[in-house]
Design a protein around this ligand. Structure first.
Ligand code: HEC
Ligand code: HEC
Length: 209
């Protein structure tokens, strides 16, 4: 008994299993495991978001090269229902916090493919809104938060460039209606845009690079 106790004592002194955290310090999460992320992506997500995260279906967003913190936030909020979507709520429900991090960091490591604008007349209006906003209606320039080339600003402001216009139109409408209730800044921006402006800026974003 005495021997065991002293063995335990010396083991504890040599290698503390749970080092104490300094005041205000939060425990660090483990490094994301890209191989595990790729495996769960290939098992489930690939069917809708394509092998490299560059979905070719307009309703399913491209996810490649997106900021990982933003992706984790979306998956958590699909799971909680703060961002309403019946399909993605079911997908996110089966993911643990670690799964979300692994798959998001793997997606961020994939290369985004360029997209294209379609409507020559609308795209000029879209470019004006994206770059300069609409000052007399207090609509902020999208570029201010999402950057001039649409790459976003990590970790808060998502990448938009090359995204399917149909998907972007739906997000702006969902922000406006409160169906996507996970960001007040975007609700305010979308609330001030009419349908034509939404289509125009979405078309511009599709071709942005
Ligand atoms: C059955 C098709 C389907 C499957 C399978 C699927 N998704 Fe989705 N996903 C969608 C659709 C549709 C949306 C757009 C939802 C909306 O309109 O808001 C979406 C949106 C997302 C978004 C939000 C992207 C953004 O830019 O905000 C993320 C992140 C995402 N999916 C990740 C995943 C992951 C990870 C998996 C696998 C665990 C997965 N999806 C499986 C169809 C699918
Ligand atoms: C004040 C900063 C700000 C401005 C200005 C802004 N955005 Fe955003 N936007 C955000 C933030 C933050 C998010 C992420 C919301 C979240 O966490 O879900 C976002 C998300 C989005 C999304 C969802 C992306 C996705 O993959 O689902 C779209 C689309 C979007 N913004 C388009 C626009 C457009 C178009 C404009 C200009 C008319 C604009 N934004 C102006 C801050 C801004």
């Amino acid at each position: 008994m005495k021997l065991l106790a002293s063995l335990l004592m010396s083991a504890a002194l040599a290698a503390p299993a749970f080092p104490a955290l300094a005041a205000g310090e939060t425990p660090k999460a483990a490094k994301p495991d890209l191989a595990k992320g790729e495996a769960s992506y290939a098992a489930v997500c690939v069917a809708c978001h394509a092998a490299d995260g560059n979905s070719t279906i307009a309703a399913n967003p491209k996810l490649a090269q997106q900021h990982p913190e933003y992706l984790v936030k979306q998956l958590q909020e699909f799971k909680s229902g703060k961002r309403a979507d019946p399909v993605m709520q079911g997908m996110a429900a089966i993911l643990s916090e670690d799964d979300m991090r692994n798959v998001s960091w793997w997606l961020a490591s994939q290369k985004a493919k360029d997209g294209f604008s379609k409507d020559k007349d609308l795209v000029a209006l879209g470019e004006r809104i994206y770059r300069g906003g609409i000052q007399d209606r207090n609509i902020a320039a999208c570029a201010g938060c999402h950057s001039p080339n649409g790459a976003g600003i990590p970790a808060q402001y998502p990448r938009l460039s090359g995204q399917h216009a149909d998907y972007t139109v739906k997000q702006l409408a969902d922000f406006r209606d409160g169906k996507r209730g996970n960001n007040a800044q975007m609700r305010d921006v979308a609330a001030k845009l009419n349908d034509r402006e939404v289509r125009a800026v979405a078309d511009y974003i599709a071709g942005l690079r």
